[in-house]
Design a binder for this molecule. Structure first.
Ligand code: PLP
Length: 224
């Protein structure tokens, strides 16, 4: 399938999810996750009008950035090792995987302007998943106040691979609750207005539960 055809389908689905939940389609940002695909396919995504591209490895991001430069905005969505921060920091607009203080320290040190970050939360409690546990998010964000190169724009989660819609909804809803709690603290460095949640299998549910950034790979650009 052409990327543009997939975009059309996904936008129709977004529209429907927004209608069901009384939301505006303008509030939903699509991050095209290009980690599985070629530079050519990523370029096709940009030509199809997608302005946010997501990668989960520094090599993948750099090789695509070298061709596409700053035409799209780059999102780092995967586990980020501190020693890799310097390779990507001047190329990314968003980091979705801030999950520990040592990483915050490194981002702060390497960035020359504030970077929009999502704090990754492990709402499902699966041991294999990265992220701060829900009860520790507030304390963690409190500790970021001295890192003025970090702007906590929102929270991110990866839901479990399951068809259990109720469970997915409860994960997304929990993230939304924590996001609103942090937002209400009015921390200047943590506006926390955004929710990065929803992937190919669950983005419509995520939108119904408040997602503002959905990260879609397989359903949008494919996975080979
Ligand atoms: C790979 C990946 C995605 C996209 O997954 P799909 O199921 O292919 O849409 C989204 N978020 C993160 C963090 C990922 O690593």
């Amino acid at each position: 399938m052409k990327v543009s055809e997939n975009v059309k389908i996904i936008k129709e689905n977004i529209q429907r999810a927004c209608e069901r939940s009384g939301r505006m389609t303008e509030d939903i940002n699509i991050v095209a996750v290009t980690k599985y695909v070629s530079i050519e396919r990523a370029e096709e995504a940009v030509k199809a009008g997608l302005i946010h591209l997501g990668e989960n490895r520094d090599e993948g991001l750099i090789s695509k950035w070298e061709v596409l430069l700053d035409k799209p905005q780059w999102h780092f969505i995967g586990t980020l090792q501190s020693r890799k921060v310097k390779n990507i920091i001047d190329k990314v607009s968003y980091i979705h995987s801030l999950d520990r203080l040592s990483l915050a320290k490194e981002i702060h040190k390497r960035a020359d302007k504030p970077v929009s970050c999502f704090v990754q939360v492990n709402v499902s409690g699966e041991e294999s998943k990265h992220g701060i546990s829900p009860e520790k998010v507030k304390e963690f964000i409190g500790k970021l106040n001295s890192f003025f190169n970090i702007k906590v724009v929102g929270l991110m989660t990866m839901a479990p691979h399951t068809d259990d819609e109720l469970f997915l909804r409860s994960c997304f809803r929990q993230l939304k609750t924590i996001q609103e709690e942090i937002h209400s603290l009015n921390l200047p460095y943590a506006p926390c207005t955004e929710l990065s949640m929803g992937m190919s299998n669950d983005y419509m549910i995520a939108i119904e539960e408040g997602a503002t950034f959905i990260r879609i790979g397989t359903a949008l650009v494919g996975n080979d």
